[in-house]
Design a protein around this ligand. Structure first.
Ligand code: CA
Length: 230
């Protein structure tokens, strides 16, 4: 999952970036409204954390313009304490959730998980596809009860595929959601990582759809077992 963090406070930005990275996200950082505006309109993020008090263009204006331009990425706004009118302005501009400063990082992470899963159409906090399970709260995954050892990139890849299971996902889409903007992206490397993840979870869980991309599904025998239980 790839996040845009819009925050002008350097220390807070650094802390949040570390916490987000440790929780399986890749993060692009925008320190002002102008850069935020540009990145939000040109890059496909899974969620945005948007401070409202920003240099150059204020957060509410940034958000209003995104929504006018049909940017539908879920947005969590950060507001100053006691500024209830900021929250109202933020929600009316198109925010999906808010946090008042100062906040606990754990709460931000929990709200972010909820935003990301809701926007992908999931209600349950953990994901399962057949015998494959992934829990974003612990950043862990297992297959038929056996814990998986995944590198951070393999985890991000599996998380994204599971979040959108059943749908064909192109290499370009994967690249855009697994790497930050500074990374030297090469969509050919995706195939290598798909191969590694397949080795760990079982090769019949990720289909290659020639010319289109990849699709994560439950293997046929697991689908049959699940149907048999009904
Ligand atoms: Ca600020």
């Amino acid at each position: 999952m790839r996040i845009l963090l819009v925050e002008d406070d350097r220390d807070l930005s650094r802390q949040l970036k570390i916490a987000l990275s440790a929780n399986g996200y890749v993060v692009d950082h925008a320190p002002d409204g102008e850069e935020a505006q540009f990145l939000g309109e040109t890059e496909p993020y899974d969620a945005v954390i948007l401070d409202l008090g920003l240099p150059k263009i204020d957060g509410v204006s940034v958000l209003e313009r995104w929504r006018q331009r049909n940017v539908s990425t879920p947005v969590l706004i950060l507001t100053a304490r006691g500024a209830w009118s900021e929250k109202v302005a933020g929600f009316d501009a198109g925010a999906d959730d808010y946090l008042t400063k100062p906040f606990h990082t754990e709460e931000l992470l929990a709200r972010l998980r909820a935003l990301v899963r809701r926007s992908a159409g999931h209600a349950a906090p953990s994901l399962s596809v057949g015998g494959l399970r992934l829990d974003p709260r612990a950043a862990r995954a297992s297959v038929n009860g056996e814990p998986l050892r995944l590198t951070s990139l393999e985890y991000r890849l599996l998380h994204y595929l599971m979040m959108h299971h059943g749908r064909v996902i192109s290499r370009t889409e994967l690249v855009e959601h697994l790497y930050d903007q500074d990374f030297d992206r090469d969509s050919n490397t995706i195939e290598v990582f798909i191969g590694r993840v397949r080795k760990k979870i079982g090769s019949d869980r990720i289909d290659t759809v020639r010319g289109l991309g990849y699709r994560l599904t439950a293997p046929i025998d697991e689908l049959r077992d699940a149907a048999g239980k009904v």
